[in-house]
Design a protein around this ligand. Sequence first.
Ligand code: ATP
Ligand code: MG
Length: 264
Amino acid sequence: MSEHTATRPRAGTGVTPGRNVIAVASGKGGVGKTFFAITLTHAIARAGRRSLLFDGDLGLANVDVHLGLNPVNDLSRVLTGKLALSGAVQTVDSAGFSVIAGRSGSAALSSLAPAQISGLGRAILSLAPSYDRVVLDMGAGLDRTVRTLTAHALTNLVIINEDPTALTDAYAFIKLTKQQRPNADLRVVVNLASSQRDGERAFGALRRACESFLGLQIPLLGVVRRDNLVTEAIRRQAPLLVRHPNSAAAADIEAIAEKLMEPR
Ligand SMILES: Nc1ncnc2c1ncn2[C@@H]1O[C@H](COP(=O)(O)OP(=O)(O)OP(=O)(O)O)[C@@H](O)[C@H]1O
Ligand SMILES: [Mg+2]
């Protein structure tokens, strides 16, 4: 990876992030954010903690599709002021965690005014004390919604896979996030890894670029192996930890959840 643009620090966002809020983001799309965010939230619940998953991919929400849910109340009613955010929380009965679902294809949700996005961030922070961990599933890229909502999370996970494009997009995400919020707690998860070792190798390329060009040490939180049982569970619209609790990807995400449950 090469770098030609100088890093220019910018002022922070002025938001105090929730200590127990974890944002799951990436540069590139389709690297497994939603699958990972669902399974992480589920793993936290299985460890006996209260966990909430918020579908922050506002225009292209699909947590409900992954889980086969039929949300009665979703974010669109919250944003039109008809419902408090707490009224949009529903429990995934088979899994024991809570979800705030979005609505895919909602023009209103995909073009929120900056003040509305900030209001949503504040509403998430006001719900956060009722849970041990709140996980935000973000859309791909770095648009205003992603930047604003991730600023409300103390822990920002950047998901990559082994593709060079995922690495360069994640590098851009890290660079811009650190410019905006120099104190952001960024950690990398490699998903869809051919093996633990290959995942670590992919991370190594990103780590070296962050060190050389940004002077940043970004830690690896964990590696999740590519696993056909993930695809099977998603096609069945069932949580991986219900359908294939002993799969390789399930074990990898449970190990990551353990790390994220350590006291902050
Ligand atoms: N560990 C894995 N093993 C096998 N397949 C996986 C794994 N993780 C994700 N996938 C596959 O990748 C697909 C995309 O996953 P997902 O919808 O979670 O990505 P995303 O990053 O949320 O995408 P988007 O950027 O569009 O929101 C899934 O449908 C699944 O088939
Ligand atoms: Mg997604």
